[in-house]
Design a protein around this ligand. Structure first.
Ligand SMILES: Nc1nc2c(ncn2[C@@H]2O[C@H](COP(=O)(O)OP(=O)(O)OP(=O)(O)O)[C@@H](O)[C@H]2O)c(=O)[nH]1
Length: 216
């Protein structure tokens, strides 16, 4: 049965902004300019439609530039922003998800990558509704790939699963998804249009292409 909005638990958001963005070059893609605003700001502004608490996960030296990129945020003064700094950098997205979710006080949280400027609050709301009573909801695309960095999780079990994965030999995020009660939503079963929600900006070329679309 399709979940109704009434079933949707309130949720926080974690933005993953760590890592070294090797495909992007020397710059930090989180604060790279996209159509006149830092990329992470696109993500924060979108998520502010659906959540009242945003946890930004990054390395210690990224915090100050990201804070600058997010100030002042117009019209979202009700959104609380916190930072969750990776105790060990470069553990990959699994490490970032663990650190970010451990800082969340809500039972559920959306996890979104900082390089997904077209992330979709309505889609995350659908995933939150589908996750209700479970440990998470993640989309599987037609090509079989999961979209774990535009998903909703119950914070505590997913953080623990990520911790266990980091301790194991197989550090793939799919192992954490298998360890929790995660609802897998096939792309074709989604009620919300996906649009470009899952598009990640990994290179300078992708940034220019996204800029062209945003400014035309
Ligand atoms: N906290 C944390 N986040 C990470 C780490 N690696 C990647 N991420 C985040 O996970 C998301 C997906 O990252 P990827 O594109 O797979 O990796 P990346 O490091 O950003 O880029 P590449 O080096 O080009 O693969 C992005 O939001 C990154 O900010 C990490 O080591 N720690």
């Amino acid at each position: 049965m399709t979940p109704t909005p009434r079933d949707q638990p309130s949720f926080s958001a974690v933005i993953l902004a760590g890592g070294y963005a090797t495909r992007f070059g020397d710059d930090d893609k989180a604060v790279a300019d996209l159509a006149g605003k830092p990329m992470i700001r696109h993500v924060v502004e979108r998520l502010s439609e659906s959540v009242d608490t945003i946890v930004v996960n990054c390395r210690a030296e990224q915090q100050s530039p990201i804070e600058s990129a997010l100030e002042p945020l117009s019209g979202d003064s009700t959104v609380t922003r916190e930072f969750a700094i990776d105790p060990i950098p470069d553990l990959g997205p699994v490490g970032g998800i663990k650190t970010g979710l451990e800082a969340v006080s809500n039972e559920y949280a959306a996890v979104v990558a900082c390089d997904m400027p077209f992330c979709s609050p309505p889609l995350l709301e659908e995933l939150a509704a589908r996750a209700a009573g479970h440990d998470g909801a993640v989309v599987r695309l037609e090509d079989g790939w999961y979209q774990p960095t535009h998903a909703v999780y119950r914070a505590q079990p997913m953080a623990a699963a990520c911790g266990a994965v980091l301790e194991s030999d197989d550090k793939r995020i799919v192992r954490a998804l298998e360890a929790i009660d995660c609802v897998v939503v096939e792309e074709n079963d989604l009620e919300t249009p996906v649009g470009s929600a899952f598009e990640s900006i990994d290179t300078k070329e992708a940034l220019l292409e996204a800029e062209r679309r945003l400014t035309r």
